[in-house]
Structure formats: structure tokens, C-alpha cells
Design a protein. Sequence first.
Length: 56
Amino acid sequence: RGRGPVCLITGAGSGLGRLFALEFARRRALLVLWDINTQSNEETAGMVGGLPGRAP
């Protein structure tokens, strides 16, 4: 099967950005996560790490 969509998510460290990151990861998307708060952004990346999608 082909690769899923590529999603750039701004504000991925919390709120709706985090919610969308988790949902798109479940749908096997390749994620590009960005947030001005690097610590919370890294937390989100860790959360999606165990899901089918990827957050390089």
C-alpha cells in the first residue's frame, strides 16, 4: 500500500494541534509537527511515536 498523506501541523504542542496530530498519526500520515513551545511539541511527537504514522 502507498504512503499516507503528509501533514504539516502548527501548534502541535497542545489543544487542537495535538488532537489533529494524534488523529492523523492513527490514519498513517507522515507528520511535520511545529510549535513555538519546543518541549510540548516534543511531547506530542513522543505521543504519536507509538502510532502507525510517523513524526520525523
